[in-house]
Ligand binder design. Sequence first.
Ligand SMILES: [Zn+2]
Length: 362
Amino acid sequence: MLLEEFLQTARNQRMTVVGEMAFGEIAGYPFTLRPTVISQQVRSCAAYFVVEGRMPNPVFKELRKSLKPYGALSYMGSDRSRISFTCAGAQSDLWSRLYAGLSYLSQSFQANGIGIPQVCPICKQPGCNALAYINGYVPVHSSCLQNQAYSQIASAESNNRNGNYALGILGALLGALVGSIPTILLMFLLSRISAWLYALIPLGSYYGYKLFGGRMDKKVVLPVVIVFSVLMVFFTELVVGYLSIVKEYSMWLGIGEYLSLYFEVMTVGDIVGDIALPLIFTAIGLFISWDQIRRGNTDFEVSADLTLQTLTIKNPQIAGQTPSAAAMQPDPAAPSEAPLSSSQQAQSGWQDFSGDQDYTGQ
Ligand SMILES: [Zn+2]
């Protein structure tokens, strides 16, 4: 199935389509659809749900088994409130399999009293009146989301005008220094090295840049963070070497004395060998924060704008612990029973696509 065809079908189901993702509801449960696309062809599609609290494991296991004919159910990471359902490999029957799986899933949620989150992720208050994608398609207050997105856009624009490279660079240096403190402290207090702590150096450097009001221009932020991280790793190695002499010989050398000793004893190969492992973990830190670091003002604005586009105002308010789809009776005992019956479609709010050759055909 072509991506365009897939997205058009989603629109026909009255889902909100933003980029390659679609946002919809089934029996009151909001979900995100994310297709895997290879050269414009949809190869599989994952549906993500965020539920209230943690999913009871026995329920989850049972569901996973029952859903096997339609697709694979899993938790997203270790978070038991985030559930992903993936329909793979299907071409023409992708939508009908998705629909069957999601109907069954939503019925089981209802049967087991599993609801959707009730509080707005921004202000943590109940009484949401809209749905939006905030790390999952969840209930929000439309005003909270709009305020947040507009202030994000405004702050990106103000940073564009007033951001200062020199201050940012200073912040990046100080931030990298702060990021190296845990490594140095651990060495000083416990005479130990934890390579993972090196991952904090690029993080510190990036947040330092940001905190000091550096202009968020990725062509500058990225090289600055990388250069200061590498320099700080070398500096940290020097300090750690100094502290190990203090620990071993109870000798506090003068700085000049230590440096001349260091460069006398260490060959370039030794130094490279010493900082190789710390650098690997620094690179891991960079990798972890890559998504943040590579973002410039334009990216912040685009992501705020995309979030705004997912906003779906609901009327009346989203209330109640468990969405109550009128007349939709949970029937977990019969997962494969006529999942595409027209009565179920009418109840679910998904309309006329199951038997429609326009959508299910190639
Ligand atoms: Zn709110």
